[in-house]
Design a binder for this molecule. Sequence first.
Ligand code: GLN
Length: 538
Amino acid sequence: MSNTKYIFVTGGVTSSLGKGIIAASLAKLLQSQNFKVTIQKFDPYINVDPGTLNPYEHGECFVTDDGAETDLDLGHYERFLNVNTSQANNVTTGLIYQNVIEKERKGEFLGKTVQVIPHITNEIKDRMRLLGDLGDYDIIITEIGGTVGDIESLPYIESVRQMVWELGKENTLVIHLTLIPFLSASGELKTKPTQHSVKTLMESGISADIIVCRTEHELSEELREKIALFCNVKREAVIQSIDVDTIYDVPLKMLEEGLDTVVLQRLQLKPKQNHDLKPWNAFLKRVRNPKNLIKIGLVGKYVELQDSYKSILESLIHAGVENETEISVVYLHSEHLDSKNLDTKLGPLDGLIVAPGFGERGIEGKIMAISYARLNNLPFLGICLGMQMAVIEYARNKVGLKNANSTEMVSNCKYPVIDLMESQKSVINKGGTMRLGSWDCKLTPNSKSAIAYQKKHINERHRHRYEFNNEFSDKIFDHDFIISGTNPETGLVEIIEYNCHPWFVGVQFHPEYKSTVLKPHPLFKAFVKASLEKNLKT
Ligand code: GLN
């Protein structure tokens, strides 16, 4: 058996308390002491993965190198830790049941009645141990999605209880994240909901070792002692997680609170080195002291929910820091853009991003915005659908292919400049069937992309079914509008650029999935740089 230690993070009182950020922050502190750490997320919904979920339901779908469509928390893990996650790092109830039912159909249960306990919980535990059993990690942090007390969470909570029992207290630890609400009428912070959620956890046989309290106001010493007493934890195991301006400050707040110290003591581990947080601190210092401020427009149809574009927003922060620039994101709903308001809405911007997406809703707004950016020298980055729309815009407005379109929007359009990939034509099921994950791309020398990357070959992550239709290559691409990246095996167009422009790049892939705090993405850096130059000139 490996010596891996397991930390479980559960949540109480309400959802959206930021378990993912706490897990990532703790992992960062442990990593900075030279522990090998990874994080996995277990989600209690029945979708086999979040790939089929509308972004309004669950925020962005994050894609890993190995092509898993995962929860957006995995994005936080990668951005904080600067290490890749994989299919194994995200498990859902749907996936667990799918595996158990497949085993049942194969007859693997030898005539037994298949039940939640032990079969579903055994499958959950196997998945919880999967990464640990590789022997590559000192510590595995497992975040349990949802809120304690939910019907859906019960098998996970029971599995945590069994893991603690099987592996022993010295190898396991439970962190419970709760909310300490502030009642403004009486001016008081209230601990009762926390007491109740810890009690609910206890009813399932789990005693939390550490309570992390989300709060808008400082917790007094008295309150901390009260929480410790009623929640049955040591005083130093009551950790305050106060609201901060930037999520990247949370690891330092947790350091101040001693979260990692309590964790290591409880797991009987000694730090392997003093915290090395120099690069992290340097990043934060630059986040706090920008020299410039620029406005970037983000055109999409899910802009009401910022979680829908989480990785793009974080990539902009990383690239902004590299350029010593604060970025104010202006959300532009693609369905609300029209020829009358285009100037007013896009005129004040320094750069424009057209976001990924699916389906025809809002695409004409996207095309109009791209046209404006192309003709007004506004730095532009089109991502996936955004790149496809840039091709359509050019085909329609410059090449003269009237009504050019994607067959995703109009299946029998006259000029299908974007078309379903050949390999997708036989695909019937929607889940997990797109062109996913990391694919190679060869860059055209001296293009804006090659300059940004300073490389000839790159790998980027994908999530799409449609592609540029190479039958239109000769008609559309010329000296001004170029292909600057292709897949070396298939010739699939990965990047397009408009040359008569300061910076106009469209990418079929998703650069936002690979930007981390310590490694901002080259394309975002170059895009922000071009936007800053525009800002400084005007
Ligand atoms: N809907 C487009 C496709 O499937 C673009 C996908 C995306 O933006 N991720 O090709």
